[in-house]
Every structure is written in structure tokens, then in C-alpha cells.
Design a binder for this molecule. Structure first.
Ligand code: G4P
Length: 526
């Protein structure tokens, strides 16, 4: 192996690219901040919290989106920890953004699941874990808020195992909880990390349960000893089932008190996987290959309203990215010189010189890059697994003021390409149909059209059962299908053809009538 290839392999090997998944309020923001603090990426707590989006009210969310410069800079956070480079990808908190979240999860190599110890497994946790399961993403689990009265830890593990269908291997175990929370016991090393409330960085660790520091906690230690007997039957941590997403190592702690955070970082370094081989339509692509390749999983527009710029987020899959190198955009066949490329370092964007597999780079563009685009050094590769979901809710949209039609079209085109909403243009008629997976998406789009493009829009309910992307190998059949169903066909932002079905029965009948036409509930970018 050449020195260059060795260097790429070594850099890839030390990358850990992950996202935090949790139900709102479990502590994702708090933990993100603490991870950055321990990783040395920020100096003081409060920085991430300040940009946190409104979890309950739409208006809060919009307010914060006005400060998009901040929110986007923290959608990817990179920092060094021990010998590793950690890339932490933020996932949108609100459930209406599950599409966007899905795409972010397609760009990570592992995920950290945060559970509120008092609440256990919550609906959003279930959804997100389902998404991770599609790709067998390895999951680490952090049970948070042990400084409060929480549920019995055995009960919590049972719930994770039965509801989320993943085996739990406790790595630490809580000693007491709430007012009597004394710390956690590390099962493998027979040591105790002592809990002290507050934001001190590292907990004191003592060896064995007979240590004098534990003398005052006899009740909690007695309970721990009982628990340990029962824990003999628990799953042990093993690499193979963890890496295939079947078993999760479980840690207990209190993010707000910086407690248990170091263990998570250590586990990421020791156990979470570095980038692995990625599937493309053409072949499997290994990270240590010499040639650069990557795919776009997210686009964020108008981060800086003064410049109307957009940043496309690219996950590096193989090779080495160097500033100024020529990149080939597979979909268009165009060459792009990547001078305007940024890496994401904690709270600020910084221009970067190079990047390796697992890293995320941001590419400035004016609408020429789409979600799902692959970039290479010339090879025809299409990375797979970054789908759009068929929308379930529809609205007909038009500008309040008809003279604003140009801005209306331009705005929707850009928001459609960005993936904020799906925009369908029926083949017959002038109406524009918006499709969303979650209803909040409509509000966000209306708000952004007004704020960024100066267009007020009117939305009307559109009663449709669903949209299906259609393809067909037989040109003649497809032509006939198109002719006979003109009134139900529309193109989306990428120009792909979709069938808008008024009812379930109509969809079933149409599928029966045209057996050679395929109806797809998700569309992958190719
Ligand atoms: P999220 O991003 O998952 O939605 O959760 P976030 O970190 O914002 O945490 C939700 C609430 O839980 C916050 O309280 C936060 O302070 C609290 N929290 C997080 N970790 C812990 C913990 O270890 N122990 C306890 N007791 N609370 C924790 P809040 O009142 O909603 O917000 P704030 O006023 O504290 O900012």
C-alpha cells in the first residue's frame, strides 16, 4: 500500500461519525453541549443551548430559524477526542422533520440514543430507532437524569428490550437515584464513579465497593449488591452484535451535571465503528480507496440572507478531499472546483484544507446541487439509501398577490430542492401542490417564503390519498399511462414523475390497470 493510501486508511480509522437520537426533552441539547465541552470544542456551557429550537411552539422554532447562521453551523460539529476525530451530526428535533432526520441518519456510522430515565422509551425514540434499524446502525444508549426520581433501571432496560427490540448490555449501573444518587458502578472494572452535583468536569473514581469513600452510602450500596446479583443474567457487551445493531451498551448518568459524559466519549472511541464500506448502485466503495467520493444528504439554503447562499452537506465516503480539487458531479456530469468548501468546527464554520472518510464538508452553491447527488473524481458512482418519502399531506398553494408569481416559483423551487417540502407541478393546469410528511412543514414553508422571498402564500387543503413516483421500462406502456392519467400526474422538484392518487381505491385500481408501471413510495436520488 502506498504511503498516501496508508494515510487515508489511518485517517478513516480514527473517524467517529454519529448523531444523537431522542424524544424531545430527554436531554439531547444538554448532552451535545457536554460532549463538546469534554471534547474541548467549546469552553463554556450555554453555547449550544442558546440556539436550541423551540420544541413546542412553531413560533419559537421560526424565531430561532431566523438565526439560521448559528443553527446551521452547529448542524455538524467536529472535535478531537483522544486519538479520534469525532463528527457529531445534529438531527432536527421536531417529529415533522423525520424526512430530514432520516437523511442525516444515512450519513452516520453510529447513533447515541438518549432516554429520560423518568419517562423511558417515548414515541419519537421508537420512530428514530426504526430508521436506524433500516441500516443496522450501531446504537449506544445513555439513560439520563439520574439526579431525579427515575424509574427502576431494570424496568427501563426491559422496556428498551421489548419495545425497541434491541438487547441491552449495561456498562455502568446507577447507585441510588434522585436525592440519593451516589454515582455509577462500572461493571467491568469494579469501580465507582462518584456523583457530585454541579458542572465539575470529571467524577472521582474509586476501586471496589468497600472503598472508604462509599462508607456513608450503605443503603444504596446494599441495593446495588442486590442488583448485581440480578445483573449476572444481563447481556454482556460484545462487539459483533453491537456493530450489527442488535445489542446496545447502556450507560447511566446526568448530562446536566456532566456526569457519565466522559464514559460516552470513551465508548465512542473504543467501540463505535469508523466509516465502513458504502453501497453504490455500481459497486461497494471502501473508505480507504485512494479516490475521493461522497454524497449529499442535506441542503440548507439562505443561511446568510445577504448572500442567498446554500450549503450542501456532503459525507465523505472514500479518499481524501483537498481544497481546490476538482470534483465531478455524477448527476449532471459537470466538474466543480471546490474552493468554497467549509468544515464544521463546533460553533463556527471554518475553511478547510482536507477531509477524510466520515467527515462532513459543506459546499456552497446556488442551487446546482441536490440531495442525493454523488461527487467523485470522475467515476460513475451513485450512492444509495438516501430516499425521499411519499408525502402524506397535501396543500394547493398560490401567491396571495398574483404579481409575485416569479418569486413564488423561485422560492418553491429552491425549498423543494432543499428538501424542506415536496413541490409537485401537475402536468395539466397551473396549480402547485405541496406535499409534506408532517403538517408543520407547510407552516415553515409559508413562513420562509414570506421572510426570504417576500411572497405571502395561500394554502388550501387538497384531499389526496398519496403520491407515488412512477417508472416503467416499456416506453409505449408509459406513454399510454401518461396520456390516460394526465389529470393525476405531476413532476416534483427534481423533474421525476409522480402519480397523485385521490383515494386508496383509485391507487389500487390504477396499479392493477397498468401492471408494467411501477409505483414507488420512496424515491432514491440517482
Ligand atoms: P432536548 O434537546 O432533548 O429536547 O433536551 P434538553 O437538553 O433541552 O433538556 C430538556 C430539559 O431537561 C431541560 O430542562 C434540561 O435542563 C433538562 N435536563 C437535561 N439533562 C438533565 C439531567 O441530567 N438532569 C436533570 N434534572 N435535568 C436535565 P428545561 O427546564 O426544559 O430547560 P432549561 O430551563 O434547563 O434550559
Amino acid at each position: 500500500m502506498s504511503a498516501e493510501l496508508q494515510a487515508i486508511a489511518a485517517e478513516a480509522q480514527r473517524r467517529r461519525t454519529f448523531a444523537i437520537i431522542s424524544h424531545p426533552d430527554a436531554g439531547k441539547t444538554t448532552l451535545t453541549e457536554k460532549l463538546l465541552l469534554f471534547g474541548g470544542a467549546i469552553q463554556a456551557a450555554g453555547t449550544v443551548k442558546a440556539r436550541k429550537s423551540g420544541r413546542h411552539a412553531t413560533s419559537d422554532w421560526m424565531e430561532i430559524e431566523k438565526q439560521r447562521g448559528i443553527s446551521v453551523a452547529s448542524s455538524v460539529m467536529q472535535f478531537d477526542y483522544r486519538d479520534c476525530v469525532i463528527n457529531l451530526l445534529d438531527t432536527p428535533g421536531h417529529q415533522d422533520f423525520s424526512e430530514d432526520t432520516y437523511r442525516v441518519l444515512s450519513a452516520v456510522d453510529s447513533a447515541l440514543m438518549v432516554i429520560d430515565g423518568a419517562k423511558g422509551v417515548e414515541p419519537q425514540t421508537i420512530k428514530l430507532l426504526d430508521v436506524c434499524r433500516m441500516r443496522d446502525t450501531p446504537i449506544l444508549t445513555f439513560i439520563n437524569k439520574l439526579d431525579r426520581e427515575v424509574r427502576d433501571p431494570f424496568e427501563l432496560l426491559d422496556e428498551v428490550e421489548s419495545v425497541l427490540k434491541i438487547q441491552c448490555a449495561p456498562v455502568t449501573w446507577p447507585i441510588g437515584m434522585g436525592k440519593t444518587f451516589r454515582g455509577v458502578y462500572h461493571l467491568a472494572s469494579d469501580s465507582v464513579a462518584l456523583f457530585t452535583p454541579g458542572e465539575g468536569k470529571d467524577a472521582e473514581v474509586v476501586k471496589g465497593l468497600d472503598h472508604p469513600s462509599l462508607a456513608g452510602f450503605s443503603m444504596e450500596i446494599a441495593k446495588l449488591k442486590e442488583d448485581l446479583e440480578l445483573l449476572a443474567a444481563a447481556h454482556q457487551f460484545e462487539a459483533e452484535p453491537f456493530l450489527s445493531g442488535k445489542l446496545t451498551p447502556v450507560f447511566f448518568g446526568s448530562a446536566i451535571n456532566n456526569f457519565g459524559v466522559r464514559e460516552i466519549l470513551d465508548a465512542l472511541v473504543a467501540n463505535a465503528p469508523p466509516p465502513k464500506t458504502r453501497e453504490s448502485a455500481e459497486r461497494a466503495v471502501a473508505p480507504e480507496e485512494g479516490k475521493f467520493s461522497g454524497f449529499i444528504f442535506k441542503i440548507q439554503a439562505n443561511m446568510d440572507p445577504a448572500h442567498r447562499d446554500r450549503v450542501a452537506f456532503l459525507r465523505v465516503c472514500s479518499g481524501r478531499f483537498e481544497r481546490g480539487m476538482k470534483l465531478w458531479q455524477v448527476r449532471t456530469g459537470k466538474e466543480i472546483r471546490a474552493t468554497q468548501v467549509v468544515a464544521f468546527l463546533s460553533q463556527r464554520r471554518a475553511t478547510i484544507d482536507d477531509a477524510y472518510p466520515g467527515d462532513i464538508i459543506g459546499m456552497f452553491n446556488h442551487g446546482s446541487i441536490e440531495i442525493g447527488d454523488s461527487f467523485t473524481e470522475g467515476e460513475n458512482l451513485h450512492f444509495t439509501g438516501i430516499p425521499y418519502f411519499a408525502p402524506e399531506m397535501f396543500r394547493a398553494a398560490r401567491p396571495k398577490n398574483p404579481s409575485k408569481i416569479k418569486q413564488f416559483q423561485k422560492g418553491l423551487e429552491q425549498l423543494g430542492e432543499e428538501g424542506a417540502i415536496q413541490v409537485f407541478k401537475p402536468l395539466s393546469g397551473y396549480e402547485v401542490v405541496l406535499g409534506a410528511v408532517g403538517v408543520l412543514q407547510f407552516e415553515v414553508v409559508a413562513h420562509r417564503l414570506a421572510a426570504e422571498y417576500g411572497v405571502e402564500i395561500l394554502l388550501e387543503n387538497k384531499s389526496l390519498f398519496g403520491a407515488r413516483w412512477v417508472t416503467c421500462d416499456k416506453a409505449e406502456d408509459f406513454n399510454r399511462f401518461e396520456r390516460e392519467n394526465m389529470g393525476n400526474l405531476a413532476t416534483d422538484a427534481s423533474g421525476s414523475l409522480a402519480y397523485l392518487a385521490p383515494t386508496r381505491v383509485n391507487l389500487d385500481l390504477t396499479q392493477e390497470r397498468y401492471p408494467s408501471v411501477q409505483f414507488h413510495a420512496t424515491r432514491e436520488h440517482t
